[in-house]
Structure formats: C-alpha cells, structure tokens
Ligand binder design. Structure first.
Ligand code: SF4
Ligand code: SF4
Length: 72
C-alpha cells in the first residue's frame, strides 16, 4: 500500500491570496480555512502533481512511501 505525505510550508505560502493548489486539485486534498491552506485528505491524492506545477512559491512537498505490513 502506498502512503502519501503532503507537507506545506505555511510561512511562505500565499494562503487565500493564491489558493492555486486548492483550485487545481481534482480530489480536494486542500481547502482554504480563513487565510490558510489546510491539507485535509492526503489519502485521496492521485499524484497528478497539478498542485506542484501551479504553486508560485514551490512550498508543497509530496512524499510517497510503501507501508510495511504490521504482520504477514
Ligand atoms: S498531486 Fe494532484 S491530487 Fe495530489 S494533492 Fe496535488 S493536485 Fe491534489
Ligand atoms: S499554490 Fe502554493 S502558494 Fe498558492 S496557496 Fe497553494 S501552497 Fe500556497
């Protein structure tokens, strides 16, 4: 199973002034709460990388890793 971690550097993100990531994400991983972007549901990420392409500040970081089963 592939796990997806999405991190966002809020210090450099333009928040609601931009909102590009929330606009282009096909699965609504991001939402705008007050002035900030929040990452609601990284498990629904389709790895389309639209958000990385549109982000003017390059503050989104997506990492994937395989989950190790707890037992076999
Ligand atoms: S890679 Fe695509 S699906 Fe994943 S968070 Fe970014 S825009 Fe959404
Ligand atoms: S596209 Fe980048 S700068 Fe714009 S709101 Fe999303 S994370 Fe912030």
């Amino acid at each position: 199973m592939l796990l997806i971690d999405i991190a966002l550097d809020h210090e450099h993100c333009e928040g609601s002034k931009c909102g590009g990531c929330a606009y282009v994400c096909p699965t609504n991983v991001f939402s705008i709460k007050k002035d900030k972007i929040s990452i609601n549901s990284p498990q629904y990420c389709k790895l389309c990388y639209n958000c990385l392409e549109i982000c003017p500040k390059a503050v989104i970081n997506i990492k994937t890793h395989n989950a190790i089963p707890a037992y076999y």
